[in-house]
Design a protein around this ligand. Structure first.
Ligand code: ADP
Ligand code: G6P
Length: 481
């Protein structure tokens, strides 16, 4: 029976070795949480990295590592510490990530890390080629593996290959600065279908292909010598039912989770204060520092809200070997300390800050308990947290404040949309959110929920896979001419 092979840098499960045994935890991030629901219902396999380097796995635990991944229909790619330093911490997260999120000042162009990116993409190709059988479909994910489609196509031209980019594709003027721009585009063009979250990312990609590689480019097609490549936008959805059902269950049982316990203790709480939520990986693209400054400005501009609001901020540790992430952590620690120091009273702390990963139930607790979600990325491919927040609002109340720089803003116009660099606007919008009548909240969320329920992650994956199968007919026609 033919199968779908999903490939991403990170597997949906991350392995750790504690007390000489292998433990698995779920991966954080939009790609993993979204694709997990697609993978679970398929008969396919998922190829990727376990989170452990070769050096970290003792010989006697190798079988346990393989067993832990196979149990989840996954196949591990073995990477060394040197690979992770050059490919993951290097080219993926010091070159492509900042460049594609328009952080030119953080972007490093290092030949060694590029070479490591090539080597690791080749390692992935080897594992994929070992596991492909006739009739299989391949779906490659994200910016760490942009050379992979061409590496697979070269050896297996018979296989349909899809690629989905989970981050923005930047404008040609930014992309052209990359010394390896041609290689990246050629790698991607090994695909039959390339998917983006928004039409703008698709447009930027097509413009780069046309200007850099001089291929003939149409509205959503690129004509190569022997093939046609399709590029289209597919905004990723969420597993809507999983979030809404978990929220309904949570409401019914009123679990005593971390947040509830803290609220119940009443040490420094004003229990009727409006709770403003923010959840992100600790990443400079998420605009966390800006958000804190804007919140500080809000408390200065509207002092009547002191003791009446609280920002609950969850930041998940991420890529902490990259210097920019370490600096950001320090900046956030200082900002939280300064703002809390400046405004706290005996009975009130303006920011509750959690720097850790949390189990799913606690995320649901945060989503359902907070009156407002304040998500202010400077750039974000999609932002699934925005969608998850709305999905958990079972009584349809709640206000979403969302940056216009997030891909999700294009589908969520009923949210309060802000420019993350405009503190004045954020402060005024916070006031508007706090004062928004329930009827208006419900009216806005009804539309949002209806859309998110319909265009969920399953529909997203179906649309992509159907379009990928359709590209086969196109290729057959080109071959026949
Ligand atoms: P990104 O992919 O850039 O990290 P998204 O907002 O698209 O940003 O996706 C983040 C995903 O990670 C969401 O699906 C969210 O539920 C999940 N997540 C965020 N924080 C946590 C956490 N503390 N523990 C577990 N999962 C989390
Ligand atoms: C984003 C990226 C994913 C990545 C995730 C977590 O969602 O698009 O490719 O897996 O962040 O980042 P990490 O570096 O921990 O894999």
């Amino acid at each position: 029976m033919s199968k779908t092979i999903i490939i991403s840098n990170r597997l949906p499960l991350q392995l750790q070795i504690e007390n000489k045994t292998v433990h698995a935890t779920p991966s954080v991030g939009g790609l993993a949480t979204g694709m997990k629901s697609v993978h679970k219902d398929s008969n396919g396999v998922w190829i990727g990295w376990t989170g452990l380097t070769e050096e970290e796995i003792p010989a006697n635990l190798l079988d346990d590592v393989i067993e832990a991944t196979i149990k989840e229909q996954c196949i591990p790619v073995s990477l060394t510490k040197e690979d992770i330093d050059g490919f993951y911490y290097g080219f993926s997260n010091r070159t492509i990530w900042p460049l594609f999120h328009y952080f030119m000042e953080f972007t490093e162009f290092e030949k060694e890390s590029w070479q490591s990116y090539v080597t690791v993409n080749e390692k992935y190709a080897e594992v994929v080629l070992d596991n492909i059988e006739e009739g299989d479909t391949v779906w490659v994910h994200d910016y760490q593996l942009m050379l992979l489609p061409a590496l697979i196509k070269k050896k297996r031209p018979d296989v349909q290959i899809g690629f989905f980019l989970h981050i923005p594709f930047p404008s040609y003027e930014v992309f052209r600065t990359l010394p390896w721009r041609e290689e990246i585009l050629k790698g991607l063009l090994g695909s039959d279908l390339i998917g983006f979250h928004t039409y703008d990312y698709q447009r930027h990609f097509l413009s780069s292909v046309s200007r850099i590689l001089r291929h003939e480019v149409g509205f959503n097609e690129i004509t190569l010598k022997d093939r046609i490549v399709t590029a289209n936008s597919y905004p990723m959805g969420i597993d809507y039912n999983k979030f809404s059902k978990a929220a309904a269950k949570h409401d019914a049982t009123k679990n005593q989770s971390e947040l509830q316990r803290r609220l119940d203790i009443h040490i420094d709480t004003t229990p009727d204060a409006k709770m403003i939520l923010s959840i992100d990986r600790l990443d400079y693209s998420k605009g966390i520092a800006n958000r804190l400054r804007a919140y500080e400005y809000f408390l200065e501009k509207y002092p009547e809200f002191k003791e009446k609001v609280r920002l609950v901020m969850l930041a998940v540790p991420s890529r902490s070997n990259v210097p920019q992430y370490q600096l950001l952590k320090k900046e956030i620690d200082e900002l939280v300390g300064r703002i809390n120091g400046k405004f706290s009273s005996v009975s009130w702390t303006p920011i509750w800050y959690f720097y850790r990963s949390m189990p799913f139930e606690n995320l649901i607790d945060l989503y359902t308990t907070c009156d407002i979600a304040l998500l202010t990325p400077i750039r974000d491919g999609m932002n699934l947290v925005a969608k998850e927040y709305i999905a958990t609002r079972t009584d349809e109340t709640g206000v979403l404040i969302l940056s216009e720089m997030a891909g999700a803003a294009q589908e969520m116009s009923e949210a309060l949309i802000i420019n993350p660099n405009n503190f004045e606007e954020i402060a005024d919008t916070l006031k508007q959110a706090i004062e928004m009548p329930k009827a208006e909240q419900i009216k806005r969320n009804k539309f949002l929920q209806k859309r998110l329920r319909r265009y969920n992650v399953e529909k997203w994956a179906d649309d992509f896979m159907t379009a990928l199968q359709d590209t086969k007919h196109k290729s057959d026609i080109v071959k026949a001419i």
